[in-house]
Design a protein around this ligand. Structure first.
Ligand SMILES: Nc1ncnc2c1ncn2[C@@H]1O[C@H](COP(=O)(O)OP(=O)(O)OP(=O)(O)O)[C@@H](O)[C@H]1O
Ligand SMILES: [Mg+2]
Length: 321
């Protein structure tokens, strides 16, 4: 558990980035920090691994004040995925992933299988990619390596600062699915910064909505959707997402049957993709159907009509609140 008590951060130039926040981040869950640019998400996150030191207040990890801890030791136990990936360009993928385990003194027999296991977990065939350098991978593949590198030494806490923001929408949905599936296996304490409310609603156990250095609301996705505590949160979530009757995701509208045979070569979409993603994909591909996939397997299909119907229902529905 990570606990912020009355934490404030004033930078040298007088900017009060964090205005005295209390926040309890439970163990083994994924907590998202969301809010507009400059609201203090990265500052909050960096105070957890002491890249930034609070001006006032106290941060505890498992009941111990981090102020008294050695920062190098602390950081070895906290995985960190930065927005711009941050792989070391002169090291192979294998070396990048094994870096922290090696620093922690793991033996080759222990870290080598771990590297392979992690690469397989995110769909990177170890024999193909192990010896490549970061620049020989696509942006999405590099981002996957960034994520598994943070997991490699099995840290109990993982900080992820907009890890998927540089990705195209399709890879982004894919990595969100992968992270969600992974978290169901590993149950780490993950702090995940994002700008994207759909992303937060999809992957987080709880969401802290921030604005100007304060936390406006902290709760589960359902609590936020059902009871936004003020106008800012309501606007940030968006009316369209709060209309409880409207399906948000492809899986809510798909048909779980094999698609009609005349629709060979349909573009594919993840079952957990949002309706708007599906609409974009239909527009881009000019297809009439999308094949719906879960973990690489086809589980059904959606038609253009399915998607249009959702949009039409939303337009026609009375606004909540
Ligand atoms: N080293 C610094 N010195 C002075 N001000 C800073 C410093 N770092 C951040 N700030 C300011 O603190 C505030 C919070 O910054 P922070 O990086 O935490 O925002 P953020 O929510 O992560 O934004 P974004 O979504 O754009 O990444 C901003 O006003 C920013 O300009
Ligand atoms: Mg930031």
């Amino acid at each position: 558990m990570i606990e912020f008590r009355k934490v404030r951060k004033v930078f040298e130039d007088g900017t009060e980035a964090i205005k005295g926040i209390d926040l309890v981040i439970p163990e083994g869950q994924l907590t998202a920090l969301i809010g507009p640019s400059g609201c203090g998400k990265t500052t909050t996150m960096k105070m957890i691994n002491k890249l930034i030191v609070p001006t006032d207040g106290t941060i505890y990890i498992d009941g111990e004040e981090i102020a008294s801890k050695n920062e190098v030791e602390l950081r070895r136990n906290i995985g960190y995925v930065i927005q711009r990936i941050g792989l070391l360009p002169h090291m192979t993928i294998e070396e990048n992933i094994a870096l922290i385990p090696k620093l922690k003194g793991w033996k080759k027999e222990k870290y080598e299988p771990r590297v392979d296991e992690l690469m397989e977990l995110v769909g990177l065939e170890p024999d193909v990619y192990r010896k490549r350098y970061p620049l020989e991978l696509s942006g999405g593949q590099q981002q996957r390596v960034g994520v598994i590198r943070a997991l490699a030494a099995e840290p109990p806490i993982i900080l992820m600062d907009e890890p998927f923001s540089a990705l195209d929408p399709i890879s982004r949905e894919q990595l969100q699915d992968e992270l969600k599936a992974l978290q169901q296996k590993i149950h780490k304490t993950i702090v995940f910064v994002t700008h994207d409310m759909d992303e937060a609603l999809k992957i987080a156990d709880q969401i802290a909505v921030m604005k100007d250095g304060v936390i406006e609301q902290y709760g589960s996705p359902n609590e936020l959707l059902a009871r936004p505590s003020n106008e800012f949160v309501r606007t940030f979530i968006g009316e369209h997402r709060m209309n409880g009757a409207s399906p948000l995701f492809v899986k809510d509208v798909m048909s779980a049957f094999a698609a009609p045979s005349e629709t060979n070569n349909m573009p594919a979409i993840s079952s957990s993709a949002s309706i708007s993603m599906a609409a974009k994909e239909l527009l881009n591909s000019k297809a009439e159907f999308l094949q719906v996939e879960e973990n690489g397997e086809t589980v059904g299909y959606v038609t253009k009509e399915d998607i249009l119907q959702v949009v039409a229902d939303k337009e026609g529905a009375p606004h909540a609140g």
